[in-house]
Design a protein around this ligand. Structure first.
Ligand SMILES: Cc1cc2nc3c(=O)[nH]c(=O)nc-3n(C[C@H](O)[C@H](O)[C@H](O)COP(=O)(O)O)c2cc1C
Length: 205
């Protein structure tokens, strides 16, 4: 993988860091932080996502950001520094796919709102209609419970970085809330039902 800062810290960015006094710190920090390839924690983080945000660049220079979601694990690490995912039916505007034809560069945000973690990723996107895609790759990217397969996408990872948790709201998925409710509130509801039945017996006695 490449150095994240070398790609994004263009002259204007560095000038602002110089003014702020952070330039030197970042210059030392980023080479150390750059990995050759993803480690097990990165891999686990990526493969436990249920969604991500993906930014592409139009041929007119406009940035565009869209959301992708699917069953947990739909975003897969299929080789060293290579991601893949199935694109499901949407509004058929094909904006991200169309952008990638003239410029394959993308930026991803992978959020874990429960643990307040955010991975930022730069890469190169290839997206094909399912009928044109390699069948073996398509099969490798399938996830149980997924909607219809419309497009097959891969992203060659160029660089990653992590953000600090500050200002990320703590949000829980429906599944996580259900687990807590099942473990705490459900037994109380059941107990309440038993007590109400007991009370009714005494009232009727
Ligand atoms: C019926 C339907 C309608 C949708 N309408 C919109 C919409 O109006 N705006 C939007 O941003 N996404 C909408 N979506 C979600 C997008 O289609 C989906 O995120 C898709 O991946 C968009 O990809 P693109 O922006 O790269 O073209 C819709 C999805 C469905 C299934």
């Amino acid at each position: 993988m490449e150095n994240y800062a070398d790609i994004l810290f263009i002259n204007e960015v560095r000038a602002l860091q110089e003014l702020d006094g952070t330039a030197e710190k970042y210059q030392q920090f980023y080479p150390e932080r750059t990995k050759e390839s993803l480690d097990d924690a990165d891999k686990h983080f990526i493969e436990s996502r249920e969604s991500f945000y993906i930014a592409s660049v139009s041929s007119t220079g406009w940035p565009y950001v869209q959301h992708r979601g699917g069953p947990k694990g739909f975003l897969k690490l299929i080789a060293n520094n290579k991601l893949g995912f199935i694109d499901y039916p949407g509004n058929r505007q094909f904006i991200t796919m169309g952008h990638s034809e003239s410029d394959d560069r993308v930026a991803l945000f992978l959020m874990d709102y429960e643990r307040r973690a955010r991975m930022k990723l730069l890469g190169k996107l290839t997206m094909q209609h399912a009928k044109d895609a390699d069948a073996e790759l398509r099969d490798q990217l399938m996830t149980p419970g997924q909607p219809r397969v419309d497009r097959v996408a891969t992203i060659d990872i160029v660089a990653i970085d992590w953000n600090c948790p500050k200002y990320i709201p703590t949000l829980y998925s429906e599944d996580a809330i259900k687990k807590v409710v099942d473990a705490t509130v459900k037994p109380l509801i059941e107990e309440n039902e038993l007590l109400k039945a007991e009370l009714a017996k005494h009232k009727n006695a």
